[in-house]
Design a protein around this ligand. Sequence first.
Ligand code: ZN
Length: 74
Amino acid sequence: MELFRLCAGCREPIAVERLESVPDARFCTECQSNSEATLDTRRYIDEGLAGSREDHKKMRGRQWSEMVQRSRGK
Ligand SMILES: [Zn+2]
């Protein structure tokens, strides 16, 4: 049974309470509220487009973690 899931944005575990209220959440609350682009990403993933999806996700994840680190930093 999956007890936690890593955020597709910052790759930190998504809070259990969030997964209970939003079982298909791919982003933690922080990333979710940090950018409206999250919604587009979710739609993109949910449509299950083939091809560069994985690369896109990896690329995006890297950009995200940089953004998040910067916004958390100072
Ligand atoms: Zn996150």
